[in-house]
Design a protein around this ligand. Structure first.
Ligand SMILES: Nc1ncnc2c1ncn2[C@@H]1O[C@H](COP(=O)(O)OP(=O)(O)O)[C@@H](O)[C@H]1O
Ligand SMILES: [Mg+2]
Length: 264
């Protein structure tokens, strides 16, 4: 049902775009982006506000098309199969490519535990139940570096948590379904410095297992947490390189102008 796309197997990234463009109505906000995301790597997407970072990210798990009038062209492959091919279920794609948003989005009326298991509903009849579900809750909360802070109050409302804890809870919810890739859209934008540090440490832990893509407008953050950085400007991918290289020896004058703070 899913059409394989032949790529060179040894170098093949977990997730990749080829000539990806994204539109709102007739307005194109991402243009012909070709980019790969590898396991055990953090890729940062940087660029000024409005340059298309969130839109690009949302094309990677077919969230973009949930906006009325939004569309995408080009190819996005997960393990070599095109996630936009006819017959591919977008829900199945989102099971493998999880997402966390800029503002923490816990379900306010649910307990901490239920927030984590809410992610499992996407698994339908394959969702773990009972003791298995409890194991998943503990595992995801541990993975999200939140377990020790909440283990004695799993039944309490998620809304009682701090902003930083809520964001880690959302990461736990995304991890509960064991995605192969996690997309983080400015995950620390609304957090204080200490919570930001915790989330950044968590990003480092996450990449031990999966591919991580993080959108940030904070260049210091990109430099701290990522292995590769992609610089986006007005929907165009200007440059992508190992993070060190991009920040110390950018090839494109527009990258240099951006990272030296001449616009932004
Ligand atoms: N729901 C939407 N409808 C129409 N235009 C949108 C919508 N969301 C974003 N845009 C436009 O798409 C462009 C890229 O936005 P976005 O991907 O959110 O940028 P970034 O995340 O880099 O700030 C901007 O010009 C923005 O105004
Ligand atoms: Mg954005």
């Amino acid at each position: 049902m899913i059409q394989p796309v032949d790529e060179d197997a040894p170098e093949r990234p977990r997730l990749a775009t080829r000539e990806l463009s994204a539109f709102f109505g007739r307005s194109r906000v991402v243009s012909n982006v070709t980019l790969g995301f590898r396991d055990q790597e953090v890729t940062a997407i940087i660029g000024p506000s409005g340059c298309g970072k969130s839109t690009l990210l949302r094309c990677l798990n077919r969230m973009h098309e949930t906006v009325p009038g939004a569309s995408a062209t080009g190819i996005v492959t997960l393990d070599g199969t095109d996630i936009y091919a006819a017959g591919v279920d977008p829900i199945a794609v989102r099971r493998h490519v999880g997402m966390v948003f800029q503002r923490p989005t816990p379900f306010p009326t649910m307990s901490i535990r239920d927030n984590v298991t809410a992610g499992l509903k996407i698994l339908g009849r394959h969702a773990p139940r009972g003791a298995d579900a409890e194991d998943v809750v503990e595992g995801a909360l541990r993975h999200a570096a939140l377990w020790d802070e909440v283990k004695d109050r799993l039944g309490e409302s998620a809304i009682a948590l701090s902003g930083g804890q809520q964001q880690r809870l959302c990461i736990a919810r995304a991890l509960a379904i064991r995605p192969q890739v996690i997309l983080l859209d400015e995950p620390t934008a609304s957090l204080d410095p200490l919570s930001t540090q915790k989330v950044e440490e968590l990003v480092y832990q996450l990449k031990q297992d999966i591919a991580v893509v993080i959108v940030t407008h904070n260049m210091q953050q990109a430099a701290r947490v990522s292995d590769r950085t992609a610089f986006l400007l007005m929907g165009d991918l200007v440059e992508t390189a190992p993070t060190n290289t991009l920040f110390t020896a950018p090839r494109d004058p527009r990258t240099e102008a951006y990272i030296t703070g001449r616009f932004g």
